[in-house]
Design a protein around this ligand. Structure first.
Ligand SMILES: Cc1cc2nc3c(=O)[nH]c(=O)nc-3n(C[C@H](O)[C@H](O)[C@H](O)COP(=O)(O)OP(=O)(O)OC[C@H]3O[C@@H](n4cnc5c(N)ncnc54)[C@H](O)[C@@H]3O)c2cc1C
Length: 435
């Protein structure tokens, strides 16, 4: 087998589409005339700023790449895995490989767009086409009649559903095309420690789509003590499961689950068009809120020691497992921004460090929703009462007892703020900001 291919090749650059089935960019690459090489870059521009070197996402990606590579080795090829800055890696790679075309999935996060612009320029200097192909969402372009993006979910969803009725979701069968992979000897992959990271003990949810959970989703999704949601977030984030497969199942099995997948597409479309919302309130006047930003109170929230059992259960679930149930995500976000008047960006940032399924578009969109500063957001005066929420969604206290076992004992702190007083303070502060 060749050490390095000498003939023209196409490169399929994997990023957030880490699978070898139903994969649009790979399908396009394999359908062309050149043999295909698969590449992944551990990007130091993303990895270096990560504070925690036991990062579950890096571990998850590494495990997934090993799995992909095993399959590729069985097809007489190998994944090329590099570690460094993408533009520098590409400069070297273009000297090693006779690259004729590059295919990759489109990514709308602001950093990804900047990175891809740089690489497009670099490839352009050698007249190598760079094809960015939508793979991460079904419809990246659901717009109003006047071509503007929707700012309200319900009409967006209505238009999305109209599109899906008019146009079947396609699948892209890779298996018959695998013969078009470029054969060459297996390549070594950097291990986690070489890149300065360590393995974690966070459990990774399985890749099998749980059909029974989806069937009952509308009945079970709001109760954090139940295994009532799919835990597919991390797989949708890194493309280890195909969104097209999920949407087709949702269309047949459960409209409520379909709706959640459409929220995901809504937030991704919004981030594409309003990248400034990663740092600023979508509604400009909400930039004037006088956040209290008390560091000690923030730490108390992070550690799950607020004295509000539902909030503490959520934060401890997050800290221990890298996952938090959606109902509790809403409760802890409301508590941070309203009860404690701490800037939603602090909370967004903490979730970004901890969540295995961290997705910038969904995290920013949902944090702004909870803080009342975003598009189609919960109105600022709707402030969750964490005690009422617990009664409604954890009536047997099963979730709370699991994460806050010392509840009812002297060890458990009393509430760090009084609910009614904190509510009034939040209402006054928000009102002042937007008047
Ligand atoms: C403050 C806050 C922060 C959040 N941060 C993230 C995040 O970083 N990444 C993330 O994927 N989701 C985020 N969500 C949305 C939601 O909580 C998670 O998608 C969900 O809890 C993941 O669990 P699951 O995989 O079992 O999803 P399921 O309930 O089974 O839903 C299936 C999939 O639909 C998508 N989805 C579901 N709800 C939403 C939603 N409200 N917005 C966007 N997509 C949704 C996700 O991809 C999810 O995996 C956040 C919600 C809140 C309130």
């Amino acid at each position: 087998m060749e050490e390095n291919p000498q003939h023209p090749v196409s490169v399929c650059w994997l990023r957030r589409d880490l699978r070898l089935y139903d994969h649009r960019p790979l399908y396009r690459a394999l359908s062309g005339k050149n043999p295909v090489v698969l590449l992944f870059i551990f990007d130091t521009d993303i990895l270096d700023p990560l504070e925690q070197k036991k990062d579950s996402r890096v571990h998850f990606i590494h495990d997934t790449l090993k799995e992909i590579n095993e399959k590729l080795v069985a097809c007489n090829t190998s994944l090329i895995v590099k570690h460094g800055k993408p533009d520098q890696i590409w400069k070297v790679l273009l000297n090693e490989l006779p690259v004729h075309e590059v295919f990759a999935g489109k990514d709308v996060e602001p950093y990804a767009k900047r990175r891809d612009k740089k690489i497009e320029k670099l490839l352009g200097e050698k007249e190598i086409p760079f094809h960015l192909i939508n793979d991460h969402v079904i419809f990246p372009d659901v717009y109003k009649d006047n071509g503007e993006p929707y700012l309200v979910f319900t009409p967006y969803k209505k238009r999305w559903l109209e599109r899906s009725r008019a146009q079947d979701v396609e699948t892209y069968d890779i298996d018959p095309l695998l013969k078009n992979l470029c054969s060459f000897a297996p390549r070594p992959m950097p291990d986690l420690t070489q890149m300065g990271f360590e393995a974690t003990s966070v459990p990774f949810p399985g890749k099998t789509i749980p059909k029974e959970i989806i069937k009952n989703y509308d009945q079970t999704r709001n109760f954090p003590a139940l295994r009532g949601t799919t835990r597919l977030g991390v797989h949708l984030r890194f493309g280890t499961v195909s969104i097209r497969e999920c949407i087709k199942l949702a269309q047949n099995l459960n409209q409520t689950w379909l709706s959640e997948l459409i929220w995901r597409e809504f937030f991704i479309t919004l981030l594409d068009h309003f990248p400034h919302t990663i740092e600023q309130a979508f509604k400009e006047k909400y930039n004037n809120i006088s956040w209290r930003n008390n560091r000690t109170e923030f730490d108390t929230w992070c550690q799950g020691q607020t004295g509000y059992p539902m909030v503490d259960a959520g934060m401890r679930q997050l800290n221990t497992t890298g996952f938090m149930h959606n109902r509790t995500r809403m409760i802890v976000a409301s508590f941070l921004t309203k009860h404690l008047l701490i800037d939603w960006r602090w909370g967004e940032n903490y979730f970004a460090q901890k969540l295995l399924d961290y997705e910038q578009a969904s995290n920013v969109g949902n944090w702004q929703w909870a803080a009342g500063t975003g598009v189609d957001a919960a109105p600022y005066f709707r402030i969750f009462n964490p005690f009422t929420q617990a009664k409604k969604f954890d009536p047997q206290q099963a979730y709370i007892s699991q994460w806050v076992p010392e509840i009812g004992s002297e060890k458990y702190p009393s509430p760090m703020v009084n609910h009614s007083a904190a509510r009034i303070r939040a209402l006054e502060t928000y009102k002042e900001a937007i008047s």
